[in-house]
Design a protein around this ligand. Sequence first.
Ligand SMILES: [Fe+2]
Length: 387
Amino acid sequence: MNRSISELRKFVSPEIVFGAGCRHRVGHFVSVFGATKVLIVSDPGVQAAGWVADIEASLQEQGISYHLFTEVSPNPRVEEVMHGAEIYKMHNCTAIVAVGGGSPMDCAKAIGIVAAHGRSILEFEGVDTIRLPSPPLILIPTTAGTSADVSQFVIISNQQQRMKFSIVSKAVVPDVSLIDPETTLTMDPFLAACTGIDALVHAIEAFVSIGSGPLTDHHALEAMRLISGNLIEMIANPSDIVLREQIMLGSMQAGLAFSNAILGAVHAMSHSLGGYLDLPHGQCNAALIEHVVAFNYHSAPERFNIIAQTFGIDCRGLTPEQIRQRLIDFLIAFKQAVGFHDSLSVYGVSPSDIPFLSQHAMGDPCILTNPRSSNQRDMEVVYGEAL
Ligand SMILES: [Fe+2]
């Protein structure tokens, strides 16, 4: 029995409504805030899939007017945030609803920050930089992985600097998250794999983070169980709503864990990589995960052993080195089973890019909670192994 006393920990979460069809209740939740004009943030693909129309119908039912901003890129950009905030002001909006994956949701959070402060989003990089409350924010995820709908994170791409930057604050946790597994039915297999791997990495990094603790551990472990047990089957059976729900639940659990325990080197390196090459976030994580686990393992062997057992690896009688290798083998096999076979060099990363990537990874807030303290040279080695 562990007789040591826990360190101080906090836990923040939005009001969460989970279940098939809950997106149709968005009008009700907007009316609770007394908002009269809503900015709906989304992207062209989500709009084409019909999810924006469902939100419009629900707002119309409640007699709430709205304006659409559906021009968000796959990695949302500073210019899009600033443009969205201008539209918010121009149309006298009083609340924001985002429907989509991580990109529209992050963009919506950032629009809220700019609308409240009247300054460039570039000024809010870092931890706890937000001083004024954002407008009421309701998020409706259409992917099962990023968990921007429950998290304290905003990730924005600065195209001029070729980097992504993070904003971490409880001020960006939305007021309401409507998590509706039906919206993930339109994800193609590649997007389902990218977001599913992202969610699995959230759970792993949250569980070994130096910010982990009793408030987040059970969410992280349940996420690992749900995602490792259902993702491959879900991608093979895309119309199975029960499997969609299991993965959506796993993603939400991972989101609650990482939002509060924060992440680690995979995400620090992945943010740097995604900003440099504009690659899908999940694809970056998939290319890095086993290399970071190999790097981190001996800094938290008991925690990684629990992860291995959660994945169904029989650790009895094995040495720590054998467990480390089994865990790495499992992660490689799992990501290959959902379609990720390539290393960073295939995505266009060359050895000469590594110093730049490593420097930016060291500046990312996620590196601060990695279980093994790291320097730029460490990052260069891990990027090199992932080439
Ligand atoms: Fe992520």
